[in-house]
Design a binder for this molecule. Sequence first.
Ligand SMILES: Cc1ncc(COP(=O)(O)O)c(C=O)c1O
Length: 445
Amino acid sequence: MAAVPLNEASRGEPADPEQPDLEARLVRIREAGLYRRLRTVESLQGPRVKLDGEEVLLLCSNNYLGLAEHPKVRLAAIAAVKEFGTGAGSSRLIAGNMSAHERLERRLAEFHQTESALLFGSGYLANIGAITALAGPGDVVYSDELNHASIVDGCRLSGAAKFVYRHRDIEHLAWALEHAAGRPALIVTDGLFSMDGDRAPLMWLVELARKHGARLMVDEAHAVGTIGPGGRGVAADCGVADEVDVIVGTLGKSLGSYGAYVCGKQELRETLINSARSFIFTTGLPPAAAAAAGAALEILLAEPQRIQRLQSNARVMREALVCEGVRVGASQSQIIPIEVGEAERATAISLRMLEDGVYAQAIRPPTVPDGTSRIRISLMASHGKAQLRAGAKTTAAAVRLILADTDPRMQTAQPRPLPSAAEELDAIEGAEIAIRPHGVRSPAA
Ligand SMILES: Cc1ncc(COP(=O)(O)O)c(C=O)c1O
């Protein structure tokens, strides 16, 4: 039986028509150190959780503001179940459009100061829906190389030509925009990068989008509730939110629920309702999820000190890790990456930490590029400072132990490999963009 290359298997791309043996595929995934397994949380999702029967300190949840376990949020979900039942019953365009959805959409639009908002089943669905509705064959989508997988998949599904620019590299993007002049363009970026915790250079992106007549789409999944005035995200923090055409946010992170939304002009909402397949062909969000997110949004508005608490927790954790001798990524946010290279190392560190009562998941390819596996620490406003300092000590001890066994230099200097030119310039059929090797400055630079 023919084998499927590992990267295909792990990315969930179309299976080999000859139906490769699944066991063999799993063996190969294990051999590459990329095997994934589920862990079970058996408690509320606070700073300490019961995980597979053991109480541990949780350092990898996106429940950034601690609202998933907030009594008012839980009560709002219960009230919505009583009022509407458990499911929306059908897609929004059939009988599944409920007042709970529309109420939340109005509040989200007010929050982001946009004309409209439209709910989606998840951030994954929002990104693939918005990108495929806004770009198609003949267009070019420009995407940061570290964008979330849902953006990558949206670009692939759209059928548009795709240009992947180097992470936060404005010159690289400008060069590509100039070479594809005249083609309808969509620039898409994470606002706060999910695995690195750094921010997109939005002021520059806005300027480039304006100069080249491109649409700009910013996924604020990790920035809503954590950054910017009132937690409105990176674009609001930079003062350019009104120049971003498409803002995506999720309900599943700071807002403690499940689902996502796209904000922008009314015509964007109508376009998505009419064209976004991941909106049209799926059941509406459960009303309890919408109501819970709505209650969380009210708490976010009423208690902005939660954002300050989260940001101060991020400073404490980063400082504690550095004091313990751990080299952390350059982020300033609640997402703190500790890059350790090969997947096996990250897994070994994560397992060692878990033995010592701290849970931080190892993040490996294809979630991050090869050779950049890491422990991704993410913090919550509900963590106490003492918990964070203790967590930093445990993390540092595990990093020291495993890296001493493998490569003691790993924590001092290891530049991240850039993708190959072929990966960078993918499927630009008909676009007048030439492949340029990495490290060569654009002609305009
Ligand atoms: C930047 C970004 N966008 C979108 C998503 C997907 O959101 P959801 O979990 O709601 O599908 C994630 C998930 O982690 C993300 O990090």
